[in-house]
Design a protein around this ligand. Structure first.
Ligand code: DHB
Ligand code: FE
Length: 278
């Protein structure tokens, strides 16, 4: 049977892509962020995942406002990364785990999640950068199941719905017959706003309250509407709903093995966390 080996949560700022290309990892600006991945590398080497299930939001590369699914799952054999306009490098192609994708898609529809299934998907920085941070410059030892959540076009799905989606995905993974070791990712966040009068807005108190709530009380964030989360965390801080979906895949309590919070990376309060079942 498949097993969830743990969850990784991380920011997905495009500038990280250029820092990687220009080998800036030890630069004083970047070091506090990249050092947060030393633990991740050691831990991932120990738990040896075979599949990554990644909750992320597309920023206008794979989907745009003309057709933007609330939830979509990739069911392709192969995925390519592309730069959606930030001038960042592209990364090597990803192998899809089509069997697990279809298994999850099937389970989600039976659980009343009307998820869009995609035979072709391009990955922007939201998916490519967390993968490159986790497996820098190496042939990734995993296949991938990408799950897109709309965080761009309001109204966005509620925090409660994303947590429930994650729980349904977690159950689907646990009922999968093959012996896969599944590592779940939630990308984006934490607080940031890129445009308008509040550009540069960061809310450390809310971020840390959210981070504290995740292991044993992920319902905490479900008290807020999408608009309220945008008010508290910035219009792009709402990406934290991807984290809630990832957290939902661990049934019951979780415990935090690692957490690195650093302000700012570009316009974002950057955070990296690792959690496993308690
Ligand atoms: C930045 C952060 C994001 O989440 C994103 O999608 C684009 C840019 C930033 O801080 O620059
Ligand atoms: Fe983003």
């Amino acid at each position: 049977m498949a097993k969830i080996v743990g969850t990784i949560y991380t920011t997905h700022v495009p500038a990280i892509g250029n820092a990687i290309r220009n080998k800036k990892q030890d630069d004083p600006y970047w070091k506090p962020f990249f050092d947060g991945f030393n633990f991740v590398h050691d831990w991932v080497a120990q738990v040896q995942p075979t599949v990554a299930v990644v909750f992320y939001n597309d920023h206008g590369l794979g989907f745009w406002l003309d057709a933007l699914p609330t939830f979509a799952i990739g069911c392709a054999e192969e995925y390519k990364t592309k730069d959606e306009g930030w001038g960042i490098p592209t990364f090597t192609d990803f192998d899809g785990d089509t069997d697990l994708s279809w298994h999850i898609a099937d389970a989600l529809k039976r659980a009343d999640f009307d998820v869009v299934t995609c035979q072709e998907m391009y990955f922007d920085h939201a998916l490519a950068i967390p993968m490159e941070l986790t497996w820098p410059g190496v042939q990734r030892p995993i296949k991938i199941v990408p799950i897109e959540i709309n965080t761009v076009l309001f109204p966005i799905p509620s925090a409660a719905r994303c947590l429930a989606l994650g729980r349904a995905v977690g159950k689907a993974i646990e009922s999968y017959g093959k012996d896969e070791r599944v590592l779940v990712f939630g990308t984006g966040g934490l607080s940031h706003q890129l445009e308008g009068e509040r550009a540069g807005f960061i809310n450390k108190k809310f971020d840390l309250d959210f981070v504290d709530s995740l292991p044993t009380n992920p319902e905490w964030a479900t008290q807020f509407t999408g608009e309220e989360i945008a008010e508290s965390t910035g219009t792009q801080g709402v990406e934290l709903i991807n984290w809630l979906a990832a957290r939902g895949t661990i049934q019951g309590d979780a415990k935090t093995l690692h957490m690195n919070y650093h302000i700012p990376i570009s316009d974002t309060a950057a955070c990296t966390m690792v959690q496993v079942a308690a």
